[in-house]
Design a binder for this molecule. Sequence first.
Ligand SMILES: [Zn+2]
Length: 279
Amino acid sequence: MYDGPVLDNHLHLDPVNGRGVDAAEEFARAGGTHLNVLNKPSWHLVGDVDDEDGFGESFELTIDATEEADERLSGRAWPVLGVHPALISRLLDRGYDPDEAAELMQAGIDVAAEYVASGPALAIKSGRPHYEVDDAVWDASNTVMRHAFARAAEVGCAVQLHTEGGEDFEDVAEWAEAEGLPRERVVKHYSGGYVEGVVPSVISHKDELERACGGEWPFFMETDFIDDPDRPGAVLGPKTVPKRTRWLAEAGYEEALRRAHVETPARVYGIDTIATLSR
Ligand SMILES: [Zn+2]
């Protein structure tokens, strides 16, 4: 049976409106060991943002919540910081044009990159809208995403992407490489069992996990738990990755689980989920 580390690669802790560290405790009690904690969109944490200080404030809240979570785990919790791609639409509603919005979002990415360079953050989050937008907004969003690749290449970290659905991300992988970031360091969050070009972080539905486990490519498991008391059950809960890991272990997917919880984290983020266990 699989008895190694258990990583949820994408979960939110909201110390302002949500359960915060309680959710991490629930994860740990269910058998989870490691967490990559994403900052919630800035407007949920600190309201409207018009300069890099606003992003910094939302990142600090997430770093603090992640440190508290870290103390509750037998493994580690790391912050993954960045700018939610849907921010562009909120900025347009507030009178920004697409280029101005992209500029502000890039400044947010720069702040996230500084938190990676100076220590606390593990990786950067970026992407592009998952809904229909016009060409100017799409182009501006792609510019922001490419900026995130360039900054990640500079500070030597991975990028988690929030994007539209689908499986073909070959173009995105080529853009990352053009900016100096290996495609192995680009992760598509909320992914199905497989994507072309980048590394899938598979949303923990049974069918998608079975697809990933049956293949030979690197992948992660995630819940995208949003820690929002107004939307209970809107996404998978914090116990889901440990529960699904046990279910997959019983089905004999031990090797695939090592891929998801040990090998892929090492390859993408450079973290050692075994050495960091049971401090
Ligand atoms: Zn998320």
